[in-house]
Design a protein around this ligand. Structure first.
Ligand code: HEM
Length: 486
């Protein structure tokens, strides 16, 4: 009887799976007749998510894109199903231009469903909410404010190198770079500077990024489940900071000021209807900024050390530029805006690093209406994806794309819409200048003190969803000869 039941169950499951598969592919085939872009939706439900993510885990996120472009050439667009959504991937400078210049006309920002769960104050990811955040940011990211941050960043960098690097023979770079960018963010967003308090805040962040861009399966142990738990912990910590700041601002006890950081700014700014933001909304906005600005910039700083260790002639060039700046300073004098303007070669090097290892691989949009692109139909509601690698590693945009060549950024630099580590159009990263400053301040403080050698010469880079050296980039440190002499 039991055997009979098991056979029946097996037959039922087999028929269901095969029917689902056929139904799914029938739908795809019908789409083809309507001149949808070429491509396949893969498996029912999960689609091609596994291929999309596993090429990143193996260190070749561009493979997912380039395999399909080769298959459907000369088309520079293909359809797929990733992160539970039917998606059109638009490649090349033309794809980037189309998506970046049609914001709110044909497309709008969209983040995977997992993000909404991690930011439940809702709408934190919607276009409306993003506009709200963008309105708040200019004050915090305007040129005068950014200029004020340079000496603060330099002070933190000096303390960071003194605490984490100096006197050590070997270090693991990735966790240190995370400490550095997080410390700066805590200081500038929340006025938190005590390294112990910063470390307490930083801990749950490790699980956040992986939870955000992933398959939203909320089961114990999945990255998504860990991401939700981590976001709840950080939100709780942020709410406590917000409550205390409210008291300090109201008390007029001199402990807080209206201009001291982005938190005070958010607490004291009202919208068009005179409404203040709720505590949860503020916590989510700050959480969003910490995520957007922390993991991305720390990935960039990690790859600075990696590439400078691998390319001695590039290290020499950066070092020469930075030591000239350092030598012109009085003892104890901090970096300023003029110094940053002199770091031209260093910034070209950082740009080339972000071309080869873009901290964000790309971004999603949603079609807000049916439209045609490159002769293909894109149905309303489908998701769209732009990929930095589709231009960064394309020989038509960057000849000999695998070659490290900072001179690509001299003069007028790369052609429009080809170099996109910060995106483009109205959704372009609002933290671009802030990130430029913290990366340059990091480079200055690093090359002034050390050169390094990779302990694992062939360490793999994995992308999950940001690129990181698999073992955290362990390096052997050698004190910089000129600093030792000085
Ligand atoms: C190397 C560092 C960074 C890189 C490579 C980077 C890259 C990006 C990219 C590619 C986007 C998405 C654009 C799109 O969807 O088309 C983005 C969005 C964003 N970034 Fe950055 N970012 C960095 C640092 C920062 C920093 C330091 C901050 C904050 C201070 C920040 C704040 C944001 C915000 C708020 C958004 C969302 C904008 C919106 O939804 O309109 N980013 N970033």
């Amino acid at each position: 009887m039991e055997l009979f039941f098991l056979c029946g169950l097996f037959l039922f499951l087999s028929v269901s799976v095969v029917s689902l598969f056929l139904l799914y592919h029938h739908t795809s085939a019908r789409g083809q007749a309507g001149r949808l872009p070429p491509g396949r939706f893969g498996w029912p439900v999960i689609g091609e998510s596994w291929e999309f993510m596993s090429t990143g885990w193996k260190g070749f996120p561009e493979k997912f894109i380039f395999d399909r472009l080769a298959k459907y050439a000369p088309c520079q667009v293909f359809k797929t199903s990733i992160l539970l959504e039917k998606t059109v991937v638009m490649c090349g400078a033309a794809g980037n231009k189309f998506l970046f210049s049609n914001e709110s006309k044909l497309v709008q920002a969209w983040w995977p469903k997992s993000v909404d769960k991690i930011f439940p104050s809702s709408a934190s990811t919607s276009t409306e909410s993003s506009k709200k955040l963008r309105k708040l940011l200019p004050n915090f990211l305007k040129p005068e404010a950014l200029q004020r941050y340079i000496p603060i960043m330099d002070t933190i960098a000096q303390r960071h190198f003194a605490l984490g690097w100096e006197g050590k023979e070997k270090v693991e770079v990735f966790p240190l770079a995370k400490n550095y960018t997080f410390w700066i963010a805590c200081r500038l967003f929340l006025s938190i500077e005590d390294p112990i308090e910063v470390a307490r805040f930083a801990e749950p962040f490790n699980d956040l990024a992986a939870g955000i861009i992933g398959v939203p399966i909320d089961l114990p142990g999945t990255p998504f489940n860990k991401g939700i738990k981590a976001s709840n912990i950080v939100r709780k910590q942020l709410k406590a900071v917000i409550k205390q700041r409210k008291l300090d601002l109201a008390d007029d006890n001199g402990k807080a000021s209206s201009t001291q950081d982005i938190l005070s700014h958010m607490l004291l700014t009202t919208d068009e209807d005179g409404q203040f933001m709720s505590e949860l909304d503020i916590a989510d906005k700050i959480l969003g900024l910490l995520i957007a600005g922390h993991d991305t910039a720390s990935a960039a700083c990690t790859f600075v050390v990696k590439f400078l260790a691998e390319l001695p002639h590039v290290y020499e060039g950066v070092c020469k530029e930075q030591m000239e700046i350092a030598k012109a300073k009085k003892p104890g004098e901090l970096l300023n805006w003029e110094d940053i303007q002199k770091m031209k070669y260093s910034w070209n090097v950082a740009c080339e690093i972000m071309r080869l290892a873009p901290p964000l691989q790309g971004g999603f949009r949603e079609a807000i209406t049916d439209f045609m692109y490159s002769g293909f139909q894109v149905p309303k509601g489908w998701k769209l994806y732009w990929s930095a690698n589709s231009t960064h590693r394309n020989p038509q945009c960057f000849p000999e794309p695998e070659k490290f060549d900072p001179s690509r950024f001299e003069g007028t630099g790369p052609a429009p819409y080809t170099y996109v580590p910060f995106g483009g159009g109205p959704r372009m990263c609002p933290g671009k200048e802030y990130a430029r400053l913290e990366i340059l301040v990091f480079m200055h403080n690093y090359v002034k003190r050390f050169r390094s050698e990779k302990i694992l010469p062939h360490e793999k880079v994995i992308v999950n969803p940001l690129p990181i050296p698999e073992k955290g980039l362990p390096v052997r440190l050698y004190p910089h000869p000129q600093t030792v002499e000085a």
